[in-house]
Design a protein around this ligand. Structure first.
Ligand SMILES: [Zn+2]
Length: 358
């Protein structure tokens, strides 16, 4: 990692735009916020970038009637009578792509610009073959030791992806390193890992602006989960790699436009905070595994707040992400399944503290 940069984050905008309102964050860049129906997240940011005779729109909110009504109001009030001519989607999660079918059709058949793996993930998820495969997720949770009363809570409290997403029939691919020309400026796609299969952030070096998506958020940490479709995955390893990458390539004076909460300066400080946060979580998990532990048995160690049914699924995914990463870096052993439960044990000689900053 490069030399130390400013220690703190700063927020140039005091408040998130109110419902129906917008804030201009830079020349030709407009910020709007849409509500989302999940616990914890509350709102998602949408960006409109002036683009020749029209606008490039980044992400489009959770797919429900109320959000679509707000989008129509925004199209009326915030776009100076110009059309949306391009829709870019950072990743496949429902609060980002939910209204993509609606927005693309409304503006005359746009092809959303997104990474190929995100397009495929969205198409699996709307067919209930990924995040909505609740039967598979429940068996996975049982294998990983989730207590029965919590399993019941998960069943009754989970939001369905397919209910909040309507996709368009086709898309246009963008990949790491490719760029989009938006109003004469070059915005390059940077692939992030750990949160979704091929998350794309857009960076304009000349303007010192990064549209970060969910890859780097201020104040809340991005969910990093293991899913039953890839049980041995190491998404936390990918996320930590991404934090180091963003830390090293994005200049400190860059304005960061995240998908949740407020724009900020201080990406190096934020990347360091995220690395330290996960280092501390990894150390806690490793210590708890002095005795064999399953992911479900670590929830009370890792999460001090109460978890509702929707959050339980993410908490299980997050606990497993930390366990799998510790296996991948050689400090934990994945034990043979016993009485139907998968447990993990600390390896002799494992360190007390994990420091992922290098
Ligand atoms: Zn997301």
């Amino acid at each position: 990692m490069s030399p130390p940069a400013p220690a703190a984050l700063s927020y140039p905008f005091a408040t998130i735009p109110e419902s129906g309102g917008v804030v201009r964050v830079a020349e030709g860049i407009v910020w709007a916020s849409l509500p989302i129906p999940f616990t914890g997240l509350r709102q998602v940011n949408i960006w409109f970038l002036r683009d020749g005779p029209g606008w490039t729109m980044i992400d489009c909110g959770h797919g429900d009637e109320a959000t679509r009504a707000r989008l129509l109001e925004l199209f009326e009030s915030a776009l100076e009578g110009r059309p949306v001519t391009r829709l870019v989607l950072t990743h496949f999660h429902p609060d980002h792509v939910g209204n993509s079918g609606f927005v693309c059709a409304h503006w005359g058949g746009l092809l959303p610009v997104m990474a190929q793996a995100e397009w495929f993930a969205a198409n699996l998820a709307v067919r209930s073959a990924y995040t909505d495969a609740f039967g598979d997720r429940a068996s996975f949770h049982a294998l990983h030791g989730l207590a029965p009363e919590r399993a019941a809570q998960f069943d009754s409290g989970s939001a369905r992806y397919a209910k909040g997403v309507q996709l368009p029939p086709a898309f246009q691919r963008i990949a790491e390193g490719q760029s989009l020309r938006i109003d004469g400026d070059e915005w390059v796609a940077i692939r992030g890992g750990g949160h979704s299969p091929e998350h794309i952030s857009l960076w304009c070096r000349a303007r010192a602006i990064l549209i970060a998506g969910d890859q780097i958020l201020p104040t809340i940490s991005t969910n990093i989960s293991v899913w039953p479709t890839e049980p041995l995955a190491d998404p936390l390893g990918l996320f930590l790699d991404s934090c180091r990458h963003f830390h090293d390539i994005i200049p400190p004076e860059t304005l960061i436009l995240p998908s949740h909460r407020r724009p900020f300066f201080g990406i190096q400080a934020r990347a360091r905070e995220l690395l330290a946060h996960h280092g501390e979580r990894l150390s806690v998990v490793l210590a708890a595994c002095a005795e064999p532990r399953a992911a479900g048995e670590l929830l009370d160690v890792m999460f001090t707040r109460a978890l509702d049914g929707h959050q339980l699924g993410f908490a299980m995914g997050e606990a497993l992400a930390h366990l799998n990463h510790l296996v991948c870096i050689g400090h934990l052993e994945r034990l043979p399944v016993e009485h139907g439960v998968q447990r993990f044990r600390r390896r002799p000689g494992a360190p007390d503290q994990i420091d992922p900053s290098r």
